[in-house]
Design a protein around this ligand. Structure first.
Ligand SMILES: CC(C)(COP(=O)(O)OP(=O)(O)OC[C@H]1O[C@@H](n2cnc3c(N)ncnc32)[C@H](O)[C@@H]1OP(=O)(O)O)[C@@H](O)C(=O)NCCC(=O)NCCS
Length: 327
């Protein structure tokens, strides 16, 4: 079987910064509440000229450059998003066209905040199954600012916009992607939702207005789910690789809430030095957060060749998963 690893990373954040102090002026909240309960100080918001596909494009261009390849070298684009440009076509198709990746098939993966971990798992499996594939572009890209109800303080303070990308290729100097684990608890599917055109739910204009264009989240249920499944997924990929938690150099979890990360690291017995977080500056960028964080850590030169890294995602679906790799 081929050894597949990450050979390039990139990310992109829109330039507009919205701080907690800015939000204090428009909703009944405080910087203190948001920072202590979630760990966010500020978030980036896409301009009216930037769609999810644009953020994805810029992140992809950076990853392609980092890998030292060209857009035409890409065989497949797998893009994780739960805030696509449109319901159809897939955002991946729009990115393929803008990028000029004319030799690539392209499709979206929908697993909400676990999106990137799902997308890289799919990309890895496709690399293994298709020996002719040389390079796969995996992207996580979101513009949650467009699906938020900016009057709902219980949701809007959590999220921000951004994109990250990586290139998967055959590697010889490391073990690359070693193990992966994906799981869904569909009985909790209504815990995080944003209705689209195919729902049975909106029967009247009233329910349409109330529910259609409004991201909804049961915060406490998400907390219970996330703090249960995140440590489980980490332990699962380690066990499958015959490794222990002490063998791990880095864990990059979904940047949902700093308190979720602190609790899970405590439960796993892992010091916070073994992670790098971006939630304070970029907030929760859903399916993009894991790859934005990994790419920023890589750009800062924090990752060494041979480091054992776990990426772990969880969120709407309720979906979760982890991937273990050697850098
Ligand atoms: C939502 C969450 C922060 C609540 O934490 P908590 O410690 O249980 O919160 P508390 O009970 O102390 O606070 C809730 C109160 O804060 C209020 N509140 C909610 N948002 C607020 C905000 N932005 N500013 C000020 N107050 C807010 C609520 O209305 C509630 O008020 P009430 O008690 O008068 O009804 C926590 O459950 C959580 O982090 N869940 C995970 C959510 C998440 O990560 N989502 C990302 C999706 S992957």
């Amino acid at each position: 079987m081929r050894t597949i690893g990450i050979t390039g990373t990139g990310y992109y954040l829109p330039s507009k910064v919205v701080t907690n102090k800015d939000l204090e002026k428009t909703i009944d909240t405080t910087d203190e509440w948001i920072f202590s309960k979630v760990g966010v100080k500020e978030r980036r918001i896409a301009s009216s000229q930037e769609a999810t596909s644009d953020l994805a494009l810029y992140a992809a261009q950076n990853a392609i450059r980092d890998a030292g390849i060209h857009a035409e070298d890409i065989d497949l684009i797998v893009l994780a998003t739960s805030s696509p440009d449109m319901i159809q076509p897939p955002t991946a198709s729009i990115v393929q066209g803008k990028l000029g990746a004319y030799n690539a098939a392209a499709f979206d993966v929908g697993a909400v905040c676990a999106g990137f971990v799902y997308a890289i798992s799919v990309g890895y499996s496709m690399m293994v199954a298709e020996p002719s594939y040389k390079h796969i572009l995996v992207i996580g890209a979101e513009t949650y600012s467009r699906i938020m109800d900016w009057k709902d303080r219980s949701t809007c303070v959590f999220f921000g916009d951004g994109a990250g990308a990586c290139i998967l290729s055959e590697v010889s100097e490391s073990k690359g992607i070693m193990t992966k684990y994906l799981m869904t608890e569909g009985q909790g599917a209504s815990v995080i939702q944003f209705l689209a055109g195919g729902s049975r739910y909106p029967a009247t204009h009233e329910t349409l207005d109330k529910n259609m264009h409004r991201f909804q989240m049961e915060g406490k249920a998400v907390w219970d789910f996330a703090t249960r499944v995140m440590p489980f997924a980490v332990k699962k990929v380690l066990k499958d690789a015959g490794l222990s938690i002490d063998d791990i150099d880095w864990i990059f979890p979904h940047q949902a809430n700093i308190n979720i990360i602190l609790k899970c690291f405590k439960d796993l017995g892992v010091p916070m030095e073994k992670t790098y977080t971006t939630i304070a500056q970029y907030a929760n960028t859903s399916g993009a957060s894991v790859i934005i964080t990994l790419a920023e850590a890589a750009t800062k030169g924090l990752l060494k060749k041979g480091d054992k890294i776990v990426l772990v995602g969880f969120g709407g679906g309720l979906s979760y998963g982890a991937i273990l790799l050697e850098w």
